[in-house]
Ligand binder design. Structure first.
Ligand code: GDP
Ligand code: IMO
Ligand code: MG
Length: 442
């Protein structure tokens, strides 16, 4: 032990990559357990002219920490072209990626699923989800329909061919007869997938066993979510969600680490809210204040470059994230972006057609109708980007954090005050105590 889970508390892009990177040197393994290259994590290493910016999509953020073994778990969907592009890009910049391991049971994003994601969205028209178009939804749909292609299938050409044929026998009908598109050739798909096999082979293993043995040795494993609580397929604002479990429960099914071995759950919460794509967003600001947050916070998607929708922090969402994930520590990010406001509104509850809701409404229509009830907190004007202790923060910035802590019901253990690696205030140590505990019963 120990195993730590790290999740997003809102709609993604909270700064999970930076939070993982913060713990980097105290971790032995960082496991990506859900999603795929729909994620985008920006990590800034170094300062000033020497600053290096990394945008990761498919690789776990731990790849930037040399002592850490990055793991792509069984719950991830893998676009192999993107995997090797990202590896090559990092290697060209001097990052050693040789420790990367990939689960034999992870599913592969096939070329036809990339196509279907985009076509499905076009056909949904005004009811579209606003997906990243990376083939995520159709690949998880195949996994659940039991017509998916797994990494292990690539090592047996006959099996691979049979599975691609089975998937395409249905999908080609849909492509041709419903969408009026050209059918996809089995050979084309098999050929593309096989072209990666030799590079892939040495990386592939039973990652669940690898992680179990690491935990038995007392090593530290961080399970890092892509996306976030409100994008979770079960607990998010369905259907405006991604197609995987981005909450703490998904960490177990997406890695093979059982719940009894998880020690803590860190949620990353941006000091305001953002969302990319469609779907309800009660605190969204469609005025110049939203534009201020977008400009100041550089809120443009790491993956698609789309402008992110922006709004005030929502503690109904925060409380919900605490509850669903069993949060033990919160990392509040981007507090620096709120500097220079007379007052900072915090959403404490919703008004849904005249009824106050302190908790997330159970009906999706109510979330669409929710009007935020705000508490106005006094702002601060001092530059906080150089603060490294909580007491160095202006009194009103401290008050803001303490009020968030109270409203979301979990302790705030770290506060981000800038994009750089060291621009963080640590209040409580989230690093696990290294121990060689007795192995869990076999
Ligand atoms: P992720 O998907 O959750 O990893 O988050 P993204 O990387 O998509 O978006 C977070 C953005 O905020 C990145 O550009 C980070 O460099 C940046 N960032 C993270 N923490 C802070 C912070 O405390 N202050 C500021 N100003 N930027 C931050
Ligand atoms: P990180 O890990 C923000 C959103 C998309 C869309 C919905 C479904 O960087 O926080 P998908 O392509 O997954 O089927 O799209 O989910 N979405 C994200 N939004 N951050 C992400 O990842 C996201 N990954 C998916 O915009 O609304
Ligand atoms: Mg992101």
């Amino acid at each position: 032990m120990p195993a730590i889970v790290l999740v997003g508390a809102q709609w993604g892009d909270e700064g999970k990559g930076k939070a993982t990177d913060l713990l980097g040197s105290s971790l032995d393994y960082v496991v990506k357990f859900n999603g795929g290259n729909n994620a985008g994590h920006t990590i800034v290493v170094g300062e000033g002219e020497l600053a290096q910016k990394y945008a990761l999509h498919l690789l776990p953020s731990g790849i930037l920490t040399p002592t850490c073994t990055p793991v792509i778990g069984n719950g991830v969907v893998i676009d192999l072209a993107v995997l090797f592009e990202e590896i090559d890009g990092l290697e060209a910049r001097g990052v050693d990626t040789s420790k990367l391991v990939v689960s034999a049971s992870a599913h592969v994003i096939t070329p036809y699923n990339r196509v279907l994601d985009k076509i499905n969205e076009r056909f949904l028209g005004s009811r579209r989800i606003g997906t990243t178009g990376r083939g995520i939804g159709p690949t998880y749909a195949d996994k659940m329909s039991r017509t998916g292609i797994r990494i292990q299938d690539l090592f047996d050409e006959n099996i691979l061919r049979q599975k691609v044929e089975a998937a395409l026998s249905f999908k080609n009908q849909v492509l041709a007869k419903i969408y009026n598109r050209r059918a996809v050739e089995v050979d084309e798909v098999v050929g593309e997938l096989l072209s990666y096999v030799e590079r892939l082979r040495p990386m592939v293993c039973d990652t669940s066993l690898l992680l179990k043995e690491a935990l038995d040795r007392g090593e530290t494993v961080l399970l890092e979510a892509g996306q976030a609580t409100l994008l979770d397929v079960d607990f998010g604002t369905y259907p405006f969600v991604t197609s995987s479990n981005a909450t703490a429960g998904g960490a177990c099914t997406g890695s093979g680490i059982p719940p009894t071995r998880i020690d803590s759950v860190i949620a990353v919460l941006k000091a305001y809210s953002t969302r990319v794509g469609e779907g309800p967003f009660p605190t969204e600001l469609l005025d110049e204040m939203g534009e201020f947050l977008r400009k100041t916070g550089a809120e443009y998607g790491t993956t698609t470059g789309r402008p992110r929708r922006c709004g005030w922090v929502d503690t109904v969402v925060g409380r919900y994230a605490t509850r669903i994930n069993g949060v033990t520590d919160v990392v509040v990010t981007k507090l620096d972006i709120l500097t220079g406001l007379d007052t900072v509104p915090v959403c404490v509850a919703y008004d849904v057609d005249g009824v106050r809701h302190d908790e997330m409404p159970i009906g999706q229509s109510d979330v669409h109708h929710a009007r935020p009830i705000y508490e106005e907190l006094p702002g601060w004007w001092e530059d906080i980007s150089g603060c490294r202790t909580f007491t160095q923060l202006p009194a009103n910035a401290q008050r803001y954090v303490l009020r968030l802590e109270e409203l979301i019901g979990a302790r705030v253990s770290a506060i981000g005050v800038g994009p750089q690696r060291d621009a963080i205030i640590e209040r409580h140590d989230m690093r696990p105590a290294r121990s060689s505990t007795t192995p869990a019963p076999a």
